[in-house]
Ligand binder design. Structure first.
Ligand code: G
Ligand code: G
Ligand code: MN
Ligand code: NA
Length: 253
């Protein structure tokens, strides 16, 4: 596809953008952080979602410079929000390919230093399947990140092949229960019990649990009852450009 050939130049020309989706602590309603989600603002095509170009980026190794850009942009944005008084963190998504990037940890160190953001405010989201394919690389990256307190979260939890019993071997601070389970808790007993069991197991391992894809108030109540700690989803807030996201986060609630 012709569009994909333009991705490298697009990165150079500053056509990539981040949208942010807030993540809320269920017990208090406080905004704890926001997930950075990549978009490509193409001059002719308009806003291109990541599903249309991340796969290509992964196949061409463009994913490494793109991820470096995402980390820098997200940390710069977070530094601005924190200076404005928002006590929060930011999460960025990593691809499996990023695990073999020897520059990743060094880049993160430099960007934390350049922006002054505490490492504990940066979360790296890794899908369950990527984590299972490379648990040692994930651990190695964390060890290269040393005492920065950067954390790893397991994204799309429940869609990969890890058994719950394997969780204690993964160097993650948090699991993000996949939206396919969260969206079914209203109607599907099986999905409800899976979320409950995943939350209990994660807690037993000292991990926190995010319910992703919360689309209505009933699901928000249910995931709270099922033991999730945090929630993200269209019912709370859609992914938004930084200024709109900041307005949402600054609303009293
Ligand atoms: O925002 P949206 O629903 O279109 O995202 C679709 C997918 O793209 C999600 O699985 C998300 O994790 C992934 N994604 C979004 N931003 C990034 C990014 O910066 N890097 C990587 N590797 N994946 C991303
Ligand atoms: O794979 P990952 O969890 O990073 O993907 C996040 C994606 O989920 C983003 O593309 C975001 O737009 C989407 N998303 C976030 N909240 C909701 C929601 O409530 N419903 C649906 N259908 N998608 C959501
Ligand atoms: Mn994610
Ligand atoms: Na996810």
């Amino acid at each position: 596809q012709a569009l994909l050939g333009e991705l490298g130049p697009a990165l150079e020309q500053g056509e990539l953008r981040l949208h942010y989706q807030p993540k809320v602590r269920l017990a208090t309603g406080a905004v704890e952080g926001a997930e950075a989600l990549l978009r490509w603002q193409h001059p002719r095509v308009g806003l291109v979602p990541p599903g249309r170009f991340i796969g290509h980026a992964e196949q061409t190794t463009l994913i490494n410079p793109i991820t470096h850009w995402v980390i820098e942009a997200a940390l710069r944005q977070l530094a601005e929000w924190r200076r404005a008084g928002l006590d929060m963190g930011v999460a960025v998504n990593l691809s499996t390919r990023n695990f073999s990037d020897p520059e990743l940890a060094g880049h993160i160190h430099r960007m934390l230093e350049a922006t002054g953001v505490p490492g504990g405010c940066l979360e790296l989201e890794v899908t369950e399947s990527a984590m299972m394919l490379n648990p040692d690389r994930a651990a190695a990256i964390l060890s290269e990140l040393g005492d920065t307190r950067v954390t790893i979260s397991i994204d799309d939890f429940g869609t990969g092949y890890s058994s719950l019993a394997y969780l204690d071997r993964l160097p993650a601070a948090c699991i993000k229960v996949d939206q396919s389970f969260v969206q079914r808790v209203e109607t599907d007993n099986g999905a409800r019990e899976i979320v409950r069991a995943a939350a209990a197991m994660a807690h037993a391992m000292g991990m926190e649990v995010v319910a992703e894809g919360v689309e209505n108030a009933r699901v928000l109540d249910l995931v709270t009852e099922l033991g999730c700690d945090l929630a993200q989803g269209f019912h709370l807030c859609r992914p938004l450009p930084a200024p709109e996201c900041r307005s949402w986060m600054e609303q009293p609630r």
